[in-house]
Design a protein around this ligand. Structure first.
Ligand SMILES: [Zn+2]
Length: 244
């Protein structure tokens, strides 16, 4: 049994700004029961889409909370207790803010870029290393991947590669991974994107005269342009055409 004055002291503590102390499941359940005056049956989950939910049943309030709630501020735990007492008032602001802070902290992990440099036909990592060594003295330092977009919508040849400064990533369209696309065409596209990688971020005219000149000194420039002309319908509806 807990003497009443000790209970009051605890209640005062929960609303203060003391640093959070991690609780175990039983401890959090007891705390929520004490704060809400309800019989609480707590289950800790790893469910990231539904981080807090409860349902009143015959044997008490069945509450499910994400594991992170074990480390929540006392103010957040007090808000959960109030929420169970007055569910019609909606999700308390403290609980909403706590859940969104967890989800925000997760974002960098979810946004991690997964690279797919090895195609069925072309190995972008090898091509990248060869182009880098041959034309740039190995000084280009980016990631490279095939894009994941295999949609059958029409794609223009000039969009078969792209470079993102923020991700420091060269992306080659997956439709290039085709036996009818010669390796030297892929290599030229990689070269083109490497030139972009060497430009300052936010360059106003990425295909300016300096860029075009750098493109033209590539030994394969002429035959790539000819190949492109002949294969202008190369990627049309996702199918390789042309290539006479
Ligand atoms: Zn470009």
């Amino acid at each position: 049994l807990i003497p009443p004055q000790k209970n009051n002291q605890l209640l005062l503590d929960f609303t203060s700004q003391t640093p959070p102390v991690a609780l175990d499941e039983a401890g959090l359940q007891a705390l929520l029961a004490r704060l809400s005056g309800l019989v609480v049956r707590l289950t800790i989950t790893d469910n990231r889409t539904r981080m807090a939910s409860f349902a009143r049943k015959e044997d008490g309030m069945h509450l499910r909370l994400h594991r992170q709630f074990l480390e929540a501020d006392r103010a957040v735990i007090a808000a959960v207790a109030n929420w169970m007492k007055k569910p019609k008032a909606g999700v308390p602001q403290e609980v909403k803010a706590f859940v969104s802070s967890i989800q925000t902290a997760d974002k960098p992990v979810r946004r991690r870029t997964i690279l797919y440099p090895f195609g069925q036909v072309h190995n972008l990592r090898t091509i990248y290393e060869q182009v880098n060594a041959r034309f740039f003295g190995g000084k280009v330092s980016t990631k490279i991947t095939f894009g994941k977009d295999t949609s059958r919508q029409r794609v223009r040849i000039r969009r078969l590669g792209s470079f993102s400064h923020s991700l420091n990533l060269i992306t080659i369209h997956p439709l290039m991974d085709n036996p009818r696309v010669p390796e030297w065409v892929v290599a030229f596209t990689v070269y083109h994107e490497m030139l972009h990688a060497l430009q300052p971020a936010g360059h106003k005219r990425p295909h300016d005269a300096v860029f075009r000149k750098a493109e033209r000194i590539h030994p394969d420039y002429k035959r790539v342009m000819e190949w492109r002309k002949k294969n202008v319908g190369l990627v049309n509806g996702g199918r390789v055409t042309g290539g006479r």
